[in-house]
Design a protein around this ligand. Structure first.
Ligand SMILES: [Mg+2]
Length: 317
């Protein structure tokens, strides 16, 4: 359905549920090397229990927790509101149901909890170039899909609540941009990398995305490409590897997400980002029924996606 024009509700639903599914699929193999995943499981095609994390098959991690904070706040406030988003983050933080919270996020939310402004709470410096912003940005990509300048600004503000770092912002903007263009049905696959790089501007993220594009052009094997692009928590690696997986099988949600989590290390987040992109491009119906039925909180996620779709449509053009 990628060549139809105009935003569609099924794309909004596909993006947010796709994010949660990628997260849940990668959850049990987070931290494993790609070679160990291949040797032990072959490929990851089904949700698995992770008793050492106290999580069951289909449950997701901090990535989806934080995406839901954004989505709930957007639905309640009728748009992006940085103070209310920060309030949602603190409410989650105080629940202690962290599910693998990242260090930059942990420290930033501690500052918010202590009364710091969300304009000042984000971690700065090199250690803040993590993927904790990029993993949660799909709701903003959907909300602002009709106004890409607004998207650029909202995503910057939303990211710096926890990650006050130029690459973290660029990585978030890249994900939100791809989700936005895919959700409104005008993502040009051949130009996806160059358009995204132009949107976010020069930097490490843009360079690594161009490298992913070269790997795609030369038909590099997925495992080798992900090994070279990287699958750590460094946002530059996450965004490039997720984009590679999406563009390597743009019409196949299952293949894209399965390969993304097969890259190991920060598997849940690579999976979440790839799932958000592919779900937006292909729509809800492209997601295998067993994943749609088994993923945690599917009903709430689909409802929030529908509410964001309605909000987006009510905005003046
Ligand atoms: Mg996670």
């Amino acid at each position: 359905m990628g060549d139809e024009n105009g935003p569609e509700q099924v794309r909004f639903q596909g993006s947010l549920l796709g994010l949660a599914i990628g997260d849940a699929l990668g959850m049990p193999v987070e931290g494993m090397r790609a070679s160990a995943i291949r040797d032990r499981f072959g490929g990851i095609r089904d949700f698995m229990n992770a008793p050492w994390r106290l999580l069951k098959a289909g449950q997701w991690t901090d990535d989806t927790k934080m995406m839901l904070c954004h989505a709930r706040s957007i639905a309640r406030m009728g748009g992006f509101d940085i103070a209310d988003t920060a309030r949602e983050f603190v409410e989650w933080f105080e629940s202690n149901d962290w599910r693998g919270i990242g260090r930059a996020t942990y420290e930033s939310l501690q500052r918010l909890q202590a009364g710091c402004s969300p304009l000042e709470s984000g971690m700065r410096g090199e250690m803040a170039a993590g993927n904790g912003g990029a993993m949660r940005m799909a709701p903003l990509g959907l909300l602002d899909c009709g106004d890409l300048e607004r998207l650029r600004d909202d995503v910057r503000a939303a990211t710096t609540i926890t990650h006050d770092n130029p690459e973290a912002v660029a990585g978030s903007q890249a994900v939100a941009y791809v989700v936005a263009r895919a959700a409104r049905g005008d993502l040009d696959l051949d130009r996806a990398v160059s358009d995204t790089a132009a949107f976010i501007g020069p930097g490490e993220t843009a360079e690594r995305l161009q490298l992913a594009h070269r790997f795609l052009e030369t038909d590099m094997a997925v495992e080798e490409a992900l090994a070279r692009l990287g699958t750590s928590g460094y946002v530059v690696e996450t965004v490039a590897s997720a984009m590679f997986c999406f563009l390597n099988s743009p019409d196949d949600f299952e293949q894209t997400v399965s390969r993304a989590v097969g890259g190991g290390l920060d598997a849940d987040t690579t999976g979440a980002v790839a799932g958000a992109m592919s779900g937006a491009y292909n729509g809800l119906d492209s997601i295998p029924a067993r994943w749609r039925q088994q993923v945690e909180a599917a009903g709430e996620i689909l409802d929030l996606a529908s509410r964001i779709f309605t909000l987006m449509g009510s905005r003046p053009v």
